[in-house]
Design a protein around this ligand. Structure first.
Ligand code: ADP
Ligand code: MG
Length: 690
């Protein structure tokens, strides 16, 4: 404004000066013209009469005119007059011819030369310039100052106020609106509009901030309510965001502990060794650099408290305007999952390797899984039974009543426990102690049935054997005590009978009767001896003897017996020299009993008896196999009972086998029998070897 007004002032001044200059020049010219008009004639007259004084006065009068500095009368013939001083550089020179009309005749006299100096003009112009400039300067200064004051009052202070307000504008809280210090105007001017705009902007800013904050809170809530740990990572690899699950996973209490930290130090504090932190960072950077999602299972991170956690990692690049701005990383703690997997694997192994049979079926009983234990017990392979119902196993042996009971128990949600008799694939009977339970799904409905069974066939056999042994023991004790009680009276009876017999002549009827009675007494005495032995197996002195020699002895001794029954004898001895320590005559008695029984089992048609010995670890098995009539199944469990005989009363006493049993078990051995009626019978004695 100052420059502009100065420029205008200068221009106006220049114009003014120019006009003044022109006016001054015009003044000089008109003064010269008036000299020509009014002064030329009197001067010519004075010159004509050569009036020095007059001419000088007249010239003097000329130079007193404004700007005229020199006036001279130059005569054509001689010197003239002149007044004034040096001729200035810038000047206007006018020359007028002087002539005098004398008697009607124009007499030329010379010339009047008048010089008007421009110095005066210039001086005046300069003064005027100074005045104009000074006055204009002062005026401009005052006007501008005033204008500035007004401007300051009306505009600048408001602008400054507005600027300060805008500078301190805050969107996160509602400020009092901007108000200018000026009287309210009826018609809003620009200031009012700007103030309104700023206030509006401030309100809108606050509203936008609130909306954003709300959205962020909602977003945070959303992130915080997921179980998965979520992290934001900036392009520099530093944490920009973490949700609550993330803090929990890392073992931090506060966001500030995590924000701004490098990924490595976030997932692997300096106290933890290893390079898993670097691996995780590389994966996150791979996601950002290659702009693709990265998934990795089997990573691990170290918590703030030094505990390692197995995790899965998912990293997604965050792309905005075609540029990667960072990554979102999801960590899921899979320790529980791994623990469950381990547990499941362990359970699966347990089920798989269990000797128990495990059958899992669907709710309707269709088999979905059987373990190798099942395959081994039943002889069916898994492929054969999958998809079938287990009835085929039970064949017809399981009564329908039992089935109903099982179904009812399962429906009530109870377990069923009991023994099932089944058939193997090859048709052998086996017994299972079974627990069947229903497995319920999360909805409570039965989804599967599980049958866990324990094969008790062998156990039942052993139990039978035990029962049998206990029975025999009880019977043995009873027999022995009876024998003992009978022994002494019998001795007395026998003495009495013999005494009476001797009182009769030999071969008399009475003598023969008494002799018979005496022999019966002897038979009874033998039986009693046998019975006593039955429960006293270890009586007698144990010696060491060669088994095969003893057997050969016995077989030789009974050669006649065998030949008379047309029996072929086969010996299959173990090649080893077998020595046993036992009461030899008792063991002999056992072998004799078995040989005789075998022989007696084959009547007139004859047959083969095979005597076999076989070393089985620390035991030797001696078996007597015959091709006789065999033992009927219902008799099989009674043959070791005393007095059990299928032979005629006179022939059999039914004591051979029970006595042998007592002797063998007394020596720490065992006797077993196997018989197929009509084909063969095998008695096997096992005894400890030396
Ligand atoms: P006994 O020979 O006096 O009858 P044992 O105790 O020796 O008494 O035998 C009992 C029963 O066992 C016999 O009556 C017979 O029925 C049966 N028995 C024993 N050995 C054989 C065999 N080798 N073959 C067939 N039956 C046998
Ligand atoms: Mg016998």
């Amino acid at each position: 404004m100052f420059l502009f007004s100065s420029l205008i002032t200068l221009l106006l001044t220049a114009l003014q000066l120019y006009l003044d200059f022109r006016a001054d020049i015009a003044g000089i010219n008109s003064s010269l013209e008036s000299i020509e008009r009014t002064d030329l004639r009197p001067i010519a007259q004075s010159v004509w009469i050569l009036d020095d004084i007059q001419v000088n006065l007249q010239l003097e009068g000329l130079i007193h005119r404004q700007d005229i500095v020199y006036a001279a009368v130059e005569l054509d013939d001689g010197p003239g007059w002149h007044r004034g001083t040096a001729i200035p550089r810038r000047a206007i020179t006018a020359t007028f011819p002087l002539h005098y009309v004398h008697h009607g005749k124009d007499e030329p006299l010379g010339r009047l030369r008048v010089v008007a100096s421009l110095e005066g003009v210039y001086g005046r112009l300069l003064r005027r310039v100074k005045v104009i400039l000074l006055s204009n300067g002062i005026r401009t200064f005052l006007v501008i100052g005033f204008a500035l004051l007004i401007f300051q009052y009306l505009v600048t202070r408001h602008l400054v106020h507005m600027a300060a307000f805008v500078k301190d504008l805050q969107v996160h809280r509602l400020q009092p609106p901007l108000q200018l210090d000026r009287p309210p105007s009826m018609v809003p001017d620009e200031f009012d509009l700007v103030v309104r705009g700023i206030n509006h902007m401030q309100r809108r800013g606050y509203q936008t901030f609130c909306a954003l904050r709300e959205r962020e809170q909602r977003l945070r809530l959303f992130f915080d309510s997921t179980e998965e740990a979520i992290f934001g990572v900036g392009p520099d690899g530093r944490c920009t965001f973490v949700n609550r699950a993330g803090l929990r996973l890392l073992g931090y209490d506060d966001q500030q502990q995590a924000l701004g930290r490098d990924v490595i130090s976030l997932v692997q504090p300096a106290s933890c060794r290893g390079d898993s932190g670097r691996r995780i960072r590389d994966l996150v950077f791979a996601a950002m650099q290659e702009e693709r999602s990265v998934l990795s299972e089997g990573e691990k991170l170290c918590r703030g408290d030094g505990r390692w956690l197995p995790i899965t990692l998912r990293a997604y690049p965050v792309i905005e305007d075609g540029r990667c701005r960072g990554a979102v990383v999801f960590f899921a703690d899979i320790s529980e999952q791994q623990r469950l997997q381990r547990e499941i694997r362990l359970l699966a192994r347990v089920v798989h390797q269990s000797p128990l049979s495990v059958v899992i079926s669907d709710a309707r009983g269709k088999i979905e899984y059987v373990n190798p234990g099942f395959e081994e017990i039943t002889g069916y392979s898994a492929a054969e039974v999958l998809g079938r119902r287990p009835y085929f196993l039970h064949n017809d042996l399981l009564d329908p009543h039992k089935y109903r009971k099982i179904r009812a128990a399962l429906r009530r949600g109870e377990q069923w426990r009991g023994r099932l008799t089944n058939l193997t694939s090859s048709g052998t009977v086996f017994n299972l102690d079974t627990v069947i339970s229903a497995i319920r799904g999360s909805g409570g409905a039965i989804t599967n049935l599980v049958a866990v069974s324990h094969d008790v066939t062998r156990e039942m056999e052993l139990q039978d054997q035990l029962h049998h042994a206990q029975k025999l023991e009880a019977i043995g004790k009873l027999s022995a005590s009876i024998a003992h009680e009978f022994g002494n009276p019998l001795l007395g009876v026998r003495f009495a009978v013999r005494d009476i017999k001797n009182r009769f002549p030999e071969d008399s009827g009475e003598w023969r009767m008494m002799d018979l009675a005496e022999r019966e007494c002897d038979r009874m005495k033998n039986m009693i001896r046998d019975l006593q032995q039955f429960n006293r197996p270890t009586s007698g002195v144990r010696t060491r003897f060669a088994l095969h020699d003893t057997l050969d002895d016995i077989l030789l001794f009974h050669r006649r017996f065998l030949v008379s029954r047309r029996i072929r004898l086969v010996k299959k001895y173990d090649p080893a020299q077998i020595t046993i320590v036992a009461v030899e005559d008792q063991i002999r008695q056992v072998f004799v009993n078995l040989l005789i029984n075998a022989g007696e089992a084959m009547d007139t048609e004859g047959g083969t008896i095979t005597v076999q010995t076989e070393l089985r670890g620390e035991m030797v098995a001696v078996s007597f196999r015959d091709t006789g009539a065999g033992i009927r199944p219902e008799h099989l469990e009674h043959v070791f009972e005393p007095f059990f005989t299928t032979k005629l009363e006179v022939e059999g006493t039914g004591l051979g086998l029970p006595v042998s049993y007592g002797i063998v078990t007394g020596h720490g051995g065992d006797i077993t029998v196997h018989s197929v009626p009509g084909e063969e019978t095998v008695f096997t004695v096992t005894l400890p070897v030396l």
